[in-house]
Write a protein that binds this ligand. Structure first.
Ligand SMILES: [Zn+2]
Ligand SMILES: [Zn+2]
Length: 362
């Protein structure tokens, strides 16, 4: 039997099942791993996602899309391929796609994060023959501190600003990152204000059973109260007239890329908080190992480094050229950053843990 999943111009295609996974061009049948813009696009004839992802997809793509939801672990069969969805730990409703046909199992990861958080079902490794993995942070320099540490830093920074009478602004991607930060903020410090691009997603999360603290829109709060407030806004709000009302504010950016000095400088914010919804290098390696797959196909991110490393470790690895990674503005590398990091880290794939500490000064 040939490969169960191949790349076509429309996207990743399951050959026997005759459906696509996160296609980037309009198709008849699409299985969607999660609702970030580069994985979930408008125009497909039929969508399949997790039940918890249905409302997120409708809120982002329109309530009129033709969509079915299945529970995590539930199986549906399509053209002889048994399809099931398994938690990816990335954002609300995110899933890995397991496909079984003729005794062979393939899993497409979508985006995933190994460390659990309060806003989505935790990542579950799925045993398979072939694992299609993302590689957004697939370089040995990317190692995250535990979420708790970053959250403590954010709350401490907010408290200090509030005590000094200065508003705190966090730029974070409106879907996923924003809610993950919200879920861990300490509301005893002050009011929590959300940008109009963030609040609709908060509603979807709350409706999905995720506990978030009370939030207000900027129109609902007295100007004087903004001095103790934290504001969650998408990166696109930075430098816009919307920011003027916050007066002398301190700003920050929350992203895995904040590990890179150059990325922090380019963003021009006071603080960079290293917080990613993607697996770091050790997370990618542990996830791949846990699948017990002998074959690994690497998509969007650091394909050459990951493929080289996996081959050196005895796996049959190759890359798939996809169109993922363009739209998640906080998680796609700013131009030049990835290339520079790749160039610096390319020779370090065999280096022991920590050898790259000089590269990433966070
Ligand atoms: Zn994503
Ligand atoms: Zn992605």
């Amino acid at each position: 039997m040939g490969d169960m999943v191949v790349v076509r111009k429309e996207g990743l295609y399951c050959v026997p099942g005759q459906f696509y996974i996160d296609p980037w061009r309009p198709v008849d049948r699409a299985v969607i791993t999660h609702a970030h813009g580069d994985h979930a696009r408008v125009g497909h004839g039929h969508y399949l996602s997790t039940s918890s992802g249905v409302n997120v997809l409708k809120s982002r793509l329109g309530s009129d899309i033709n969509i079915d939801g299945i529970e995590y672990g539930e199986t549906v069969t399509h053209n002889g391929v048994a399809i099931s969805l398994h938690p990816a730990g990335h954002v609300l409703g995110s899933a890995q796609v397991r496909m079984e046909c003729g005794g062979e199992v393939w899993v497409a990861s979508g985006d995933y994060k190994v460390e659990p958080d309060k806003t989505c079902a935790p990542f579950e490794p799925v045993v398979c023959d072939t694992f299609i993995t993302e590689s957004t942070f697939g370089l040995p320099i990317y190692r995250w501190e535990p979420e708790q540490q970053t959250i403590d830093e954010i709350n401490a920074w907010w408290r200090k600003n509030a005590d000094e009478g200065r508003c705190s602004v966090v730029f974070a991607y409106a879907f996923g990152k924003a809610q993950r930060i919200l879920s861990r903020l300490d509301p005893s410090i002050g009011p929590i204000v959300c940008h109009g691009a963030v609040e609709p997603l908060n509603s979807v999360y709350r409706a999905g059973g995720v506990a978030l603290p009370d939030t207000v829109m900027v129109s609902e709060i007295e100007k004087v109260a903004l001095r103790r407030a934290i504001v969650i806004a998408p990166p696109s709000a930075g430098g816009s007239p919307w920011m003027k009302r916050f007066g002398d504010y301190s700003d920050s950016f929350a992203s895995g890329w904040m590990l890179l000095r150059g990325a922090r400088r380019r963003r021009g914010v006071d603080r960079g908080f290293v917080l990613s919804d993607h697996a770091d290098w050790p997370g990618l390696m542990s996830a791949i190992k846990a699948t017990e797959a002998e074959r690994v196909i690497v998509t969007h991110g650091s394909i050459p480094t990951m493929v080289r490393w996996l081959c050196q470790n005895g796996l049959d690895a190759k890359g798939f050229d996809t169109e993922y990674g363009d739209e998640e503005e906080d998680e796609s590398a700013p131009p030049g950053v990835e290339a520079a990091a790749e160039a610096k880290a390319g020779g370090e794939a065999e280096a022991p843990a920590g050898a790259e500490a000089g590269e990433a000064d966070a």
